[in-house]
Design a protein around this ligand. Structure first.
Ligand SMILES: [Fe+2]
Length: 221
């Protein structure tokens, strides 16, 4: 059973039990859109989503046993927001692979389909590739560099504050894929990436306004 399947099994086991004062588990995200058909196709490609229910008012998709993980609400009266990078609200949501190899393989398959990430980062606890959907919602595909949620959370709680760049280092996923093809494993890739060893040739698009002058950078580029 993969790490992801283990987590899903644990979550399902917990959902089947009655626990007073239990914290709810994350279930789905609902996106308003004017491009339902284009969005469905993109989520099918990028997140392997299957359409559970489609209707003129919306579509509901899943990539596991939940009834849906993403809803696309296509109500009349909506309009695209060309300035959304300057507006507040959601920046991204994330899906996790159980291993680096799965993330890298997905990156290479999407590259074949001409779908490329807008920005990729080593955050210190995850390697994270961010893709912009047709509405410019960012979707993060990630793997945990520790391969262990307890170690990962411990690093974030107890080590992150010591780091110079709070969101980590930008990485070029093509350089990472090349290193992986040469036999480099996730531990070595992470160590090199976090020190800036895989930075891209051009600055990545974070989907946010440019930082004002004088503000200390939070990302190593
Ligand atoms: Fe994230």
């Amino acid at each position: 059973m993969s790490t992801t399947e283990h987590r899903q099994a644990a979550a399902h086991a917990r959902l089947g039990q009655s626990q007073p004062n239990a914290a709810p588990l994350f279930h789905h995200v609902n996106l308003k859109t004017t491009r339902k058909a284009e969005m469905i196709e993109w989520y099918q490609r990028v997140l392997e989503m299957d359409v559970v229910f489609d209707h003129p008012a919306g579509a509901w998709l899943t990539n596991d046993s939940a009834n849906h993980r993403i809803a696309l609400l296509a109500l009349p009266g909506l309009r695209p927001d060309p300035d959304r990078r300057f507006h507040d609200g959601m920046h991204h949501f994330a899906f996790e692979f159980g291993t680096f190899e799965e993330l890298n393989s997905k990156y290479l398959r999407l590259l074949d389909e001409r779908i490329e990430p807008s920005v990729c980062m080593d955050h210190g606890m995850t390697l994270s590739y961010y893709y912009a959907d047709p509405d410019f919602n960012f979707v993060e595909l990630q793997c945990d560099v520790f391969g262990d949620w307890d170690k990962s959370q411990d690093w974030m709680r107890n080590r992150l504050a010591e780091m110079e760049f709070v969101v980590g280092a930008a990485v070029d996923p093509a350089k990472v894929a090349h290193a992986a093809a040469g036999g480099m494993g996730i531990e070595a890739i992470h160590a090199k990436a976090y020190e800036g060893g895989f930075t891209p040739e051009t600055p990545p698009d974070l989907g946010t306004p440019p930082p004002p002058p004088g503000v200390p950078p939070i990302l190593r580029v």
